[in-house]
Ligand binder design. Structure first.
Ligand code: ADP
Ligand code: MG
Length: 257
């Protein structure tokens, strides 16, 4: 069998780069071999440039993977947000949140507004910023989160599951209030919010102002216990504009907007 050791250094280098999955270096090597032999680059310059491209590609891959595993329903950034469409959004406040100081201080954010006004978009955008600087972020739909905790409780692994959620530097609970939460669910939410209180940041998006949480949780005491912990050290952003989803629908065809 023709061993690689006997082949040319060029072929060996190509085979090694391929085995190490350094695809970019493998692809750019022919150009760099030529540039080095023509004296356009010295060896160290060539290595620096080739490895830089590989490092850049790897960082990008890791970032994409982290964003995927955070559970965002879609990926949008603040650059994608049309501020002029939604003037009730306090831009400076949102941009301050995007510096992630609130995450370092374990503070919370509450985004309140009717459907389509950009609550999830802003929560995702802040979450993506946090992922980019290496913070662990978990995005959860509220109803699914409650179901998940109930499932864990029924299997006797609630403590472990709460620890899993408590671990994320930033937890985004999306769409609180779209579905009512029963007594057991309210108790589980209380436990979750308590484990994170003053330790980790939570962003909640909701179509129901705090005043309506008693209805959502079916109980005044549970609702105020949860609201109390969420609202202590919290930035409240109330969005009062119209739905972006209906922006191109003529006003005479809009219902309830
Ligand atoms: P909700 O407030 O119901 O969570 P979303 O944030 O999901 O609404 O917004 C609905 C859709 O409209 C998303 O695709 C979002 O990216 C887009 N969107 C909402 N507001 C804006 C805006 N001001 N600029 C750009 N896109 C927006
Ligand atoms: Mg939403």
């Amino acid at each position: 069998m023709g061993s690689l050791d006997e082949s040319s250094p060029y072929l060996r280098a190509q085979a090694n780069l391929a085995e190490l999955k350094l695809d970019r270096m493998c692809a750019s090597m022919p150009d760099y071999v030529r540039m080095v032999s023509d004296g356009e680059r010295d060896f160290a310059q060539a290595m620096a440039e080739m490895t830089q491209a590989e490092v850049g590609a790897r960082r990008e891959r890791v970032m994409r993977q982290r964003i995927r595993s955070s559970g965002f329903p879609y990926v949008k950034t603040l650059a994608d947000f049309d501020w002029s469409f939604q003037p009730s959004v306090p831009r400076a406040k949102v941009e301050e949140l995007a510096t992630l100081r609130f995450v370092d201080e374990a503070e919370n954010v509450l985004l309140v507004g009717s459907p389509g006004v950009g609550k999830t978009h802003l929560a995702v955008a802040i979450g993506v910023e946090a992922v980019k600087v290496g913070r662990e972020v978990r995005f959860c739909d509220c109803a699914r989160l409650v179901d998940d905790l109930k499932d864990a409780a029924s299997r006797g692994i609630l403590k472990k599951r709460l620890q899993y959620y408590a671990h994320s530097k930033l937890l985004i609970i999306d769409e609180l209030g779209y579905l009512d939460i029963d007594e057991h669910g309210a108790d589980l939410m209380f436990q979750l919010v308590s484990t994170r209180y003053e330790q980790r940041s939570t962003i909640i998006t909701t179509n129901v102002g705090i005043g309506g949480w008693a209805r959502v949780f079916g109980d005044d005491v549970a609702a105020s216990a949860i609201a109390d912990r969420v609202c202590h050290h919290c930035t409240l952003i109330k969005i009062t504009g119209r739905s972006y989803r209906l922006k191109d629908v003529p006003s005479d065809r809009r219902k309830g907007d």
